[in-house]
Design a protein around this ligand. Structure first.
Ligand code: DCT
Ligand code: MG
Length: 413
């Protein structure tokens, strides 16, 4: 099948080939998966012509090249491909010709070769080679485990690890975070839906309000930018009285644990405010957690405030390796980040934690290079006047930067 696909010149040829061979493939061969072109299957089911929208294909290809560069720790190449993918993502029209692409920002050089190949041939050989590369596939798999970064994945690859069972048999020393990541990897690899994120939000609210009834909670990250799915759910927590926030995360963690709803957590204490003008480090008090989110039909969800932990439920939730299959389980492991900020830093933390990561990176670069202002999720430091610029809202931060305000939905770079 790979041979035939590689021989094709255009999307329509591939489609014709698949239609002709429908039912003749061995059942284990999932042709669209092999091609990894989601627009292709979408087009087939919607009846739209196949090659109307190469934009997603182009973006996906550039993102694969970016991730491959990231796995090789090549920051310059990673940034170059990410910027080009981001440009294509934001394009309000269909890219149909190389001519149209040549004036787009960040899309020259290597990126232009990729764009040209895809526009003309429907696929890029370099990208196809990367997708089938053992190192790339293993790095995708290993860095997909919660708690595993590029360095660790590289080390494991060099030690001969190629799949999850190798990790168990080769007796790798795993951190508590990685053990939890591995234990719940099936759940964590599934995307979190908006409906699930909202239920996590309700759980977080119910938990925190037990201790501080008027606590202020905002869902940040991708969901604040209007995304329908995410890999986790991020929250920002604040209160006008900073003392009210003291010990709140410990209390919340303690309560969730007694309910059997916490599968993993790591508390990071707030570090003293970073006065370094150029620092982009985030030192907010944070709880990185994996919660057992009760399913929507579970009684846990409907009455979480008053429901007492029934021993059978607690057992099921506290011991995720029980023989219950995913389908019969009444919970799903979901990654949750809780970030606590004093009110004075809230607007900066909100901007920082709304993302996207690439948007934040570019905003900080613009701010420093063009305005001599150092931006992080604690504040904005004027390097020339040697002072911090206070802001109560995100709009005020954009004003400080001399930029038109962008709502979260326009920050999906
Ligand atoms: N962020 C940050 N410091 C961190 C981690 C994240 O400032 N240590 C910012 C960057 C984006 C935002 O917080 C949310 O991070 P993610 O959850 O990783 O990204 P996301 O956009 O929410 O993506 P997803 O929808 O996949 O969760
Ligand atoms: Mg997120």
């Amino acid at each position: 099948v790979t041979h035939v696909v590689a021989e094709q010149n255009s999307h329509s040829d591939v489609l014709a080939w698949i239609e002709k061979h429908e039912g003749q493939c061995v059942p284990s061969v999932n042709v669209p998966h092999l091609l990894d072109v989601s627009w292709f299957t979408e087009s087939m089911s919607s009846g739209r012509p196949v090659n109307v929208e190469p934009r997603h294909n182009l973006k996906n290809a550039l993102e694969i090249l970016a991730r491959s560069a990231f796995f090789q720790e090549s920051d310059v190449r990673y940034l170059g491909f990410t910027r080009a993918a981001s440009t294509l993502k934001a394009l309000p029209y269909k890219l149909q010709s190389v001519n149209q692409a040549k004036d787009l920002p960040w899309c020259g050089g290597h990126c232009m070769i990729v764009i040209q190949e895809i526009l003309e041939h429907g696929m890029c050989r370099e990208v196809e080679v990367i997708k089938n590369n053992e190192h790339y596939q293993t790095m995708e798999l290993l860095t997909g485990i919660y708690g595993v970064g590029v360095r660790t994945a590289q080390r494991w690859f060099k030690e001969g690890i190629r799949n999850l069972s190798d990790l168990k048999t080769m007796e790798c020393k795993l951190t508590a975070e990685q053990v939890s990541g591995l234990r719940h990897c099936k759940d964590l690899q599934q995307q979190v839906t908006l409906e699930e994120a909202e239920r996590v939000g309700q759980l977080v609210k119910d938990t925190l309000q037990r201790f501080v009834p008027d606590v202020h909670i905002t869902m940040t990250g991708g969901f604040r930018r209007g995304k329908e799915v995410g890999h986790d759910v991020d929250f920002l927590i604040t209160h006008p009285n900073e003392n009210a926030l003291s010990g709140l995360l410990e209390d919340a963690v303690g309560w969730l644990e007694t309910q059997g709803l916490l599968l993993y957590h790591h508390l990071k204490k707030r570090k003293p405010a970073l006065r370094s003008a150029s620092s982009s480090m985030d030192s907010h008090e944070t709880c990185y957690a994996i919660v057992a989110l009760p399913s929507s039909s579970s009684p846990w969800n409907t009455d979480i405030e008053v429901k007492k932990c029934n021993s059978e439920d607690a057992e099921r939730i506290a011991h995720p390796e029980s023989p219950n299959s995913l389908n019969s389980r009444t919970w799903k492991a979901v990654r949750v980040d809780l970030v606590v900020t004093p009110q004075a830093e809230h607007a900066y933390a909100l901007l920082g934690w709304t993302g996207s990561k690439h948007f934040e990176r570019e905003l900080r670069r613009y701010s420093l290079r063009e305005k001599k202002l150092s931006l992080n999720s604690h504040g904005l430091y004027d390097l020339e006047k040697s002072c911090f610029l206070p802001a109560q809202t995100e709009e005020e931060i954009f004003l400080h930067l001399g930029l038109q305000y962008l709502p979260p939905s326009d920050r999906n770079a």
